[in-house]
Ligand binder design. Sequence first.
Ligand code: ZN
Length: 299
Amino acid sequence: MLQIIFTIEDGKANKTFNQEKDANSSIALAASSPEQQASTNQPKASLTSDKAAVPTANPVPSSPEQQVSTNQPETSQTPDKAEVPTANPVPPVPREEILRSVPAAGKRVALTFDDGPSSRYTLEYLRVLREHQVPATFFLIGSKIESNPVLASAIAGDGHEIGNHTYSHPNLKQQNETVIKEQISRTSDLITRWTSQKEITLFRPPGGNYGPGLIKVASEMNLRVVMWRIDPRDWEKNKTASEIIAIVKKNLEPGAIILLHEGKPQTLAALPILITDLRNDGWDFVTVSQLIGETNESI
Ligand SMILES: [Zn+2]
């Protein structure tokens, strides 16, 4: 945690942190040492302690699946890599293509979480992803980064990718290009200011609503527009964890981008089971940039 705090306050500390990450692995999560885990576990206590109203009880039911899954985080990586040989990389995906899935990625999928950071749930999501060594992509809202800059920093600090999801979550179909540009640039500025990720290449329009204006602006700003292939509508009020899991599994296809949301207890409850089930079926998890065979050097 200290490293994350330094990231915000001290540019030199930030550099040190990144070097540590780089030295470990291209996927920081997969290579996180016991020391790293210990240090990233600490912020949970300090961050939740200043939110007295937040229950510290683990909302994720402690299931046998969960216990099994925490015992086998590394095993899934090797066999999957064999099925997706690195000698056969994903063909370049044109930047102007609206991304929904990347079939050439094989048995890889990208978990994406929209609408955070969430003061109540982000750290819990991060804990589950860390325990299962799953990299994900978070599409953050600028105004929520302003409210929770430490959480935005924690997301990047755990090696996840951050995408831009506008500043105030408007329907971009109803906005002109000037407003769209401002929504995007203001949020990208916040991401680079508060997190260790210095390059933002991914953008997701709120509600998936976009028109020609956004396509033009995204092209000018060199951003990829990222939609999704699988949407279990996890944000719905009465949606259960088992329904979310069933919808995702039913619609799985190679290279699918899966849309989930932050701040949803049912999504959080579904996450460890979903991860374990998919891994048992031979699926691997990557960030959106990894899915298209690119690496964001600043992650
Ligand atoms: Zn959204």
